[in-house]
Write a protein that binds this ligand. Structure first.
Ligand code: NDP
Length: 458
């Protein structure tokens, strides 16, 4: 059977998308992840605005693809053995049309300007989807925390904040954690901010509960991913209960995602880190998960140790996508699920992929998943629970008040349900089939675009 030919409107959109992306590529050389993120949005948004001249005249998408500002700074710190080290720190402030810049800090040797621009761009759409007044930003440093002592981490965080302090503020830019930045690092960063400014302000989220942190913030991203999948399956009159799930990563997002999948009655059979993945066909139950959390948060060990402890397989240097599953949850990092992985998942009968990490699925893999009828929850929607509870942390800080876990969990569930609804509205539903990526891109765009139009040319 011959393939259907594209219509003339589709052809026009394609050439407009290409023209737009060529300009972006020329302006942002050497930043493949940023181009990938912009491409992924443009392919849905360019056709959507084709009959909406105001967004074109005001060049909204072009403006969104150029961050408000990017700052980079030197971070000099001293190791325990007296050696002096130099790292590069960044803050990318992408868009503040609907609220102060908001987005995490990543400490990882792979961090560079392009990766942070991609994350800040994505964050703008994600934050818009939450329905909260949050703009988009992201930051971090090419610092590798692995193997560093607590004292070294503290000195690095203090040096990093000594520069970052100039660019953030409770009504300007409120960073949070991301890869390599958890509760310990946020504590040290907050301490240094306070020391430098004498102000006790909500300038970071993910703080400890004793100094202005929100309950449920550590859980929020992982729980939110599971809530998103629960909403998607409920929409199809199905459920997580009884489903086999593959999760990658073993950090904050992955572990709390496993916890919520377990509470929905799913069975998680994999976890990973940069060394490889474990396959536990018996399932990672509450006790085993508690062991992993202690391993990662306190003993700072490697996931390989799980295989020794619980007598299961560890596959060195590989990702878990060849293991048969009903639902896949990539929760480690960008581009960790490629075309071949997507084909394995589809051949093994996987029905849903939910992106806990930011942009973990490569563009070719997305094509495979969609063409094979697998529902894909894009990171903008699926992992928005973290920033949503960060937004709630900011509200609590402003009120000088704290909600209890039940109240926050209810609000989180309501926000995730709202995100699901927006995806359905804009995601061209055909029966119960929804293009969630398209829905998230367009819904996220519209709110920011309308605010930018209202605020004039700036
Ligand atoms: P953590 O640092 O807690 O954990 C990251 C996990 O991913 C670790 O298991 C790590 O293994 C693994 N990992 C990191 N880089 C790689 C790599 N290049 N290859 C293989 N494995 C890797 O981070 P989070 O759980 O906070 O973040 C995970 C993802 O979720 C990121 O994409 C982040 O942007 C996204 N996210 C996080 C949010 C949050 O609230 N924390 C909110 C929204 C999105 P190892 O220890 O070996 O490096």
């Amino acid at each position: 059977m011959s393939r259907p030919q594209p219509t003339s409107t589709e052809l026009n959109s394609t050439s407009e998308i290409d023209q737009f992306l060529n300009q972006i590529a020329l302006r942002n050389p050497g930043e493949p992840e940023f181009l990938q993120a912009v491409h992924e949005v443009a392919q849905d948004v360019v056709p959507f605005i084709a009959d909406k001249p105001i967004y074109q005249e005001m060049r909204i998408l072009e403006r969104m693809a150029e961050p408000d500002r990017v700052v980079s700074f030197r971070v000099t710190w001293q190791a325990d053995n007296g050696e002096v080290h130099i790292n590069r720190g960044f803050r990318v402030q992408s868009n503040n049309a609907i609220g102060p810049y908001k987005g995490g800090l990543r400490f990882h040797p792979s961090v560079n300007q392009g990766i942070l621009k991609f994350l800040a761009f994505e964050q703008t759409f994600k934050n818009s989807l939450t329905g909260l007044p949050l703009g988009g930003g992201k930051g971090g440093a090419d610092f590798d925390p692995k193997g560093r002592s607590d004292a070294e981490i503290m000195r690095f965080c203090q040096a990093f904040m000594s520069e970052l302090v100039h660019y953030i503020g409770p009504d300007c830019d409120v960073p949070a954690g991301d890869i390599g930045v958890g509760g310990r690092e946020i504590g040290y960063l907050f301490g240094q901010y306070k020391r430098l400014t004498k102000q006790f302000q909500g300038i970071l989220t993910g703080k400890g509960p004793s100094f202005g942190g929100s309950l449920m913030r550590p859980e929020a991203t992982g729980y939110g991913v599971a809530y998103m999948v629960n909403n998607m399956l409920t929409h199809k009159k199905d459920a997580i209960e009884g489903k086999i799930c593959c999760v990658s990563g073993s950090g904050n997002v992955a572990t709390f995602c496993v916890q919520k999948i377990n509470s929905f009655g799913g069975k998680v059979v994999t976890l990973s880190d940069s060394g490889g993945f474990i396959h536990d066909p018996d399932g990672i139950d509450a006790d085993r998960l508690a062991w992993v959390m202690d391993l990662k948060n306190n003993r700072r060990g490697r996931i390989e140790e799980y295989a020794k402890e619980f007598k299961c397989e560890f596959i060195t240097g590989a990702r878990p996508w060849q293991v048969p599953c009903d639902i896949a949850f990539p929760c480690a990092t960008q581009n960790e699920l490629n075309q071949a992985d997507a084909e394995h998942l589809a051949n093994n009968g996987c029905k849903v992929v939910a992106e806990g990490a930011n942009m973990p699925t490569t563009p070719k893999a997305v094509e495979v998943l969609l063409s094979r009828g697998i529902a894909l929850a894009p990171s903008k929607a699926a992992n928005a629970g973290g920033v949503a509870v960060s937004g709630l942390e900011m509200s609590q800080n402003s009120q000088r008040y704290a909600w209890d876990s039940t109240e926050i969990d209810e609000k989180l569930q309501r926000i995730m349900a709202g995100i699901h609804e927006q995806c359905v509205t804009y995601g061209e539903p055909r029966g119960t089939e929804v293009n969630y990526a398209k829905g998230a891109n367009i819904a996220g765009f519209v709110k920011v675009a309308d605010a930018m139009v209202a605020q004039g040319i700036c």
